[in-house]
Design a protein around this ligand. Structure first.
Ligand SMILES: C[S@@+](CC[C@H](N)C(=O)[O-])C[C@H]1O[C@@H](n2cnc3c(N)ncnc32)[C@H](O)[C@@H]1O
Length: 345
C-alpha cells in the first residue's frame, strides 16, 4: 500500500537548497565577468552587454533575466527593448570601482572554492583538504602566496567577507581605555583601518606574513591611514605577538587545529596587559550547533581549505580562553552570522 503524503511537509526548502548552485553560479559568473561593474556606469541593452562581455546570442536574455528575477539587476522593457541596470545592492557591493566592493570573496568562490567543493564527499571520507593542497600540495598559505594572482585575489576576498564586521566592531567596541591594537593575520589591513578611522586616538599594527605586507601598505596608503597603522611582517608560528592593549584575530583561529588555536590564544594572552582584550571575529557557531548554518558551512569550508581547521562556538572559545588564563569572555554580535568573542585578561 502506498504511504499517504503528510501535507505538513513541503519539498521547497529541499529544492531551493539542492538546486541553489544554479543561482549561486549565475551570480558568481556575473561578478567574475564584471557585469555589475559595467552596469554601474549606466543602463545597457542586452545586445550592448553581449558585445561588451563577449557573450553568445543564445542565452543572453535567460542570463540577464535570471539576474533580474534573483534581484541583482533591474530592467525596463522586455528582450530587444529592455535596458538593464544594477539593483541598489549590486550597485553598492558589486561595482569593482567602489570601495564598498565585496566581490573579492565571490571571485575567489567562483575560481577556487566552487571547483574545490566539488570534492566535498571525498573530504568527508578522508578528512583531507580538497584545494591546492590536494594530492600532497604545499600548505594553503604557501600555495596561495606562491602565485601573485591568487595572493591578491585571496587578500581582496578576505577584505570583502569581513568588511561589514570590521566596521561594526570599530563602531561598537569601547576603545576608551585602550591606545594600541595589533591585528594578527591582518591581511589587507582593513580591520586596523576601520579602527583608526572611527577611533582617532588608536594606533594599530596589522601583522601578517611577508608577502602580504606590500599589499597591506598599498591599501593603508589608499585609505589615508598609513600614519596610524603600521603593516608589520611576521610569522606567528615563529615569533611572539607584538605587545598591544587589544589583540584582534579575524578568521584566524578557524584555520587551525585545537593545539594551534590554543597556542595562538596563549600568545595573545602573553602580549596583552592586565585588562587588555583579545577579540576574535569569526562566524561563531551557536552553542547548540543548530542555527548558524553559515558558521557550520564555513567549518566545512575549513575542511576543504585547511589541514586541521574548524569553526567553533562561544562555549568552545570560552573553554580555551579560560584554560589560558583569561578572566572573562563576552560575545558581541556583528553582522549576519558573524560575532566577536572577547576575552579579557
Ligand atoms: C583567513 S585569513 C583572515 C584575514 C583577516 N584577518 C580577515 O579577518 O579577513 C588568515 C590570514 O592569516 C595570515 N597568516 C597565515 N599564517 C600566518 C602566519 N604563520 N603568521 C602570520 N600570519 C599568517 C594569512 O596570510 C591571512 O592573511
Amino acid at each position: 500500500m502506498a504511504t499517504a503524503i503528510n501535507h505538513q511537509v513541503n519539498p521547497s526548502q529541499i529544492m531551493q537548497v539542492g538546486m541553489g548552485f544554479w543561482a549561486s553560479k549565475t551570480l558568481l559568473t556575473g561578478v567574475n565577468m564584471e557585469l555589475f561593474t559595467l552596469l554601474a556606469k549606466g543602463a545597457l541593452s542586452a545586445q550592448e552587454i553581449k558585445n561588451r562581455l563577449g557573450l553568445h546570442e543564445r542565452s543572453i536574455y535567460d542570463f540577464l533575466d535570471t539576474l533580474v528575477a534573483l534581484g541583482f539587476l533591474k530592467r525596463k522593457g522586455l528582450k530587444e527593448t529592455a535596458l538593464y541596470s544594477n539593483s541598489d545592492d549590486a550597485n553598492v557591493f558589486l561595482d569593482k570601482n567602489k570601495p564598498s566592493y565585496l566581490g573579492g570573496i565571490l571571485e575567489m568562490s567562483n575560481n577556487r572554492l566552487y571547483p574545490s567543493w566539488h570534492n566535498l564527499e571525498e573530504g568527508l571520507k578522508t578528512g583531507l583538504p580538497q584545494n591546492e593542497m590536494k594530492n600532497g600540495g604545499k600548505p594553503i598559505f604557501e600555495a596561495l602566496y606562491a602565485d601573485e594572482t591568487k595572493l591578491s585575489e585571496f587578500i581582496r576576498a578576505m577584505g570583502g567577507i569581513q568588511m561589514g564586521n570590521f566596521m561594526a566592531f570599530a563602531n561598537k567596541f569601547d576603545f576608551s581605555n585602550y591606545k594600541t591594537l595589533c591585528d594578527i593575520g591582518g591581511a589587507g589591513g582593513f580591520l586596523s583601518a576601520q579602527v583608526v578611522m572611527n577611533n582617532a586616538h588608536m594606533n594599530c599594527i596589522s601583522y601578517d606574513l611577508p608577502p602580504v605586507t606590500p599589499i597591506a601598505n598599498a591599501n593603508l596608503k589608499n585609505m589615508g591611514v598609513a600614519g596610524k597603522v603600521v603593516a608589520q611582517s611576521g610569522d606567528f608560528f615563529k615569533e611572539d605577538f607584538p605587545k598591544a592593549d587589544v589583540i584582534t584575530m579575524g578568521n584566524i583561529l578557524h584555520d587551525w587545529g585545537t593545539a594551534d588555536k590554543l597556542m595562538l590564544i596563549r600568545k595573545a594572552y602573553n602580549a596583552l596587559p592586565a585588562g587588555g582584550s583579545l577579540v576574535v571575529i569569526e562566524n561563531i557557531i551557536d552553542d547548540n550547533r543548530s542555527e548558524n548554518a553559515f558558521g557550520l558551512l564555513m567549518s566545512l569550508n575549513m575542511l576543504i581549505e585547511t589541514s586541521e581547521g574548524y569553526d567553533f562556538s562561544a562555549a568552545d572559545f570560552k573553554e580555551w580562553a579560560q584554560e589560558v588564563g583569561f578572566r572573562k569572555v563576552n560575545v558581541m554580535p556583528l553582522t549576519g552570522p558573524t560575532s566577536a568573542v572577547i576575552a579579557i585578561k
